[in-house]
Design a protein around this ligand. Structure first.
Ligand SMILES: NC(=O)c1ccc[n+]([C@@H]2O[C@H](COP(=O)([O-])OP(=O)(O)OC[C@H]3O[C@@H](n4cnc5c(N)ncnc54)[C@H](OP(=O)(O)O)[C@@H]3O)[C@@H](O)[C@H]2O)c1
Length: 349
């Protein structure tokens, strides 16, 4: 249910930290589309953007430089300005009485901060109230994790999941506005016969695929892969599920894709799996074998739902316990801003 439908609460003072960024822009769109009950909106970014304007609710709003004083009287603060800013200013906003919904990885493993996908584990934030003394910090999971769990959680509820092998195909938008510009400008340059000029990513991005750009661990896994494992375990409260991930950046502007191979605890046929997914909130099934029509990042772009298709039995696993899925989700939306606004909507109940 969106905020418009809840109806009764007084309008809130809401801050968007990182309002000029890729996620920040999506926050403004989602808050407006879902009629979140905003009385006062504070658009916060760095000094570089102070004084610039963004449109919200048919009006131009001036962007302010975020400072330690920015959070007085703020009810809800959405943070999307990177981990260091969340770490330094999230606790300041909470101490001022705000409920912080944080998009960075800063608090995702902090046991004091619930890590929430509203369709999966809303109970994790039970007890948090708007206006409570000392505020609160709620963490939004990593985008690839949210998109995977939206598809896998309904299957897990129906048949249990003992193992997940996931491979991601991640878009430029997952790395922010500057990465999207890098893909655009490199594509133009390469098509014009000029050399691509890598700035954000170390390698050529246009017409290329490379291992996710997050930090590499000594064991050969990058941080995105580690996040998918650890965050899924935390959200499910079940670290017994075996999860292994390979995360890759592909030259797609917006929306991530994921190939997911599951080992189930009990057999689940294709038809049953499709029925489970069709009933799942926030999921749309696109699975048309006759026309070879399945989810694409373009289908998923600017959509709230996570798209699931290529639902098929994995014949290599005996006993009908193997299942393959292909999933696409707009990571700026369900992977970031939409999930965060849905978390805030749970506080309006
Ligand atoms: N992109 C995604 O799909 C996605 C998904 C989930 C989570 N996230 C997380 O969300 C955060 C933002 O990602 P993004 O993709 O939107 O990045 P982005 O496009 O690069 O935007 C960064 C934002 O942070 C602001 N900022 C930078 N330094 C600041 C400072 N000192 N004080 C206040 N604001 C400051 C920027 O403001 P200026 O314009 O003034 O520099 C800009 O608004 C990151 O933590 C990221 O990991 C992103």
């Amino acid at each position: 249910m969106n905020a418009a439908a809840t109806g009764t609460r007084k309008p809130l003072t809401v801050a968007v930290v990182g309002a000029t960024g890729a996620v920040g822009h999506e926050f403004l769109a989602v808050l407006e589309q879902r009629n979140f009950p905003i009385g006062t909106l504070k658009l916060l970014a760095s000094k570089r953007s102070a004084g610039q304007k963004l449109r919200f609710g048919g009006r131009e709003q001036v962007i302010e430089e975020m400072t330690e004083q920015s959070f007085a009287g703020v009810d809800v603060a959405f943070f999307s300005a990177g981990g260091p800013i969340s770490k330094s200013h999230g606790p300041i906003a909470a101490a001022a009485g705000a409920v912080v919904v944080d998009n960075s990885s800063a608090f995702r493993m902090d046991p004091k901060c619930p890590l929430v996908v509203p369709e999966v584990n809303p109970e994790a934030m039970a007890g948090i109230r708007l206006g409570q003394p000392g505020g609160a910090i709620i963490a939004n999971p990593n985008c690839s994790t949210i998109i995977m769990l939206m598809a896998v959680n309904p299957i897990r509820q129906a048949a249990g999941v003992s193992r997940i092998v996931v491979s991601t195909y991640q878009a430029a938008s997952g790395a922010g506005a500057a990465a999207m510009e890098e893909l655009r400008s490199q594509t133009v340059d390469v098509l014009a016969g000029k050399p691509a000029q890598p700035k954000i990513f170390p390698q050529q991005y246009a017409f290329n695929i490379f291992s996710h750009n997050s930090a590499m661990q000594p064991d050969g896994y990058n941080q995105e892969e580690v996040k998918m494992v650890k965050e899924s375990h935390r959200i499910w409260g079940d670290s017994a599920v075996g999860i292994t991930a390979t995360c890759v950046r592909v030259p797609v502007m917006r929306a991530h894709a994921e190939s997911v191979n599951l080992t189930l605890k009990k057999p689940l046929g294709e038809a049953e799996a499709l029925e489970v997914l069709k009933r799942a909130p926030g999921v749309t099934v696109i699975d048309d074998r006759g026309n070879n029509r399945f989810p694409t990042p373009l289908d998923a772009s600017h959509k709230d739902d996570v798209l699931v298709g290529r639902v098929r039995t994995d014949h290599s696993q005996p006993g009908g316990v193997g299942l393959n899925l292909f999933v696409c989700g707009d990571q700026l939306r369900k992977g970031a801003a939409l999930n965060a606004v849905q978390i805030a909507e749970l506080l309006l109940r």
